[in-house]
Every structure is written in structure tokens, then in C-alpha cells.
Design a protein around this ligand. Structure first.
Ligand code: SF4
Length: 64
């Protein structure tokens, strides 16, 4: 699984980094969350899917 964020649409509400801090990290300077692990290890895939569901603008993009 690969994951990325459409940064132009990120609201910076930190939902993703609360659900899966191993993959998403909040950037205090830019006030948005960033993907820090683009190739998701299998044991984190469920958390990444949950983070994508909780992303209000739906801009966490998963490729399987
Ligand atoms: S959940 Fe979506 S909108 Fe919220 S910080 Fe993460 S990427 Fe941005």
C-alpha cells in the first residue's frame, strides 16, 4: 500500500496524525499533516485506512 496527501486540500485538523502517527505527522510551520512513510508496512494498513475515512475533505489517497 502507498499513501499520499493532496496538500492543497488539507485542513490541518490533525485527524490523520492522531489515528496513525507512525505514518502521518503534523507540520507546525505549514499547518498541515504530511506523510512520513509513503510505503505503508502491512501492520499499519488498517490504521491508514481508518485515517483516510476520518479525513473530512477525503484527500488521503491510497494506492494498493
Ligand atoms: S485528516 Fe486530512 S485534512 Fe486532516 S490533517 Fe490529515 S490530511 Fe489534513
Amino acid at each position: 500500500m502507498n499513501v499520499r496527501i493532496d496538500y492543497e486540500l488539507c485542513m490541518g485538523d490533525r485527524n490523520c496524525s492522531k489515528v496513525c502517527p507512525e505514518v502521518f505527522q503534523y507540520d507546525e510551520d505549514q499547518m498541515l499533516s504530511r506523510v512520513i512513510v509513503e510505503v505503508v508496512p502491512p501492520h499499519l494498513e488498517a490504521k491508514v485506512r481508518q485515517a483516510a475515512e476520518e479525513c473530512v475533505p477525503g484527500e488521503i489517497l491510497i494506492e494498493e
